[in-house]
Ligand binder design. Structure first.
Ligand SMILES: [Zn+2]
Length: 73
């Protein structure tokens, strides 16, 4: 993380789309294989997390469930 207002220059290859900032050394890779979709909870899953003793415990349960569904992101 820096304060650079990145200007991306495409230096991709056939296998990967790679962009490099012309102002700093930052680069990013657009790999379709690592693109992940965020999964949210269904209503039932949400409700199943809200029966904890305290509000905080319910929140922690929701968070744990979300992590589980999103493979520990
Ligand atoms: Zn930059």
């Amino acid at each position: 993380m820096n304060n650079c207002n990145h200007t991306w220059l495409y230096i991709g290859s056939k296998r990967q789309k790679i962009w490099r900032c012309t102002l700093c050394d930052e680069y990013r890779i657009d790999d379709p294989n690592i693109k992940r979709e965020w999964k949210s909870l269904t209503d039932e899953e949400m409700l199943s997390c809200l029966d904890r003793m305290t509000f905080k415990e319910s929140l922690l349960a929701v968070e744990a469930k979300l992590k589980e569904k999103n493979n520990g992101i």
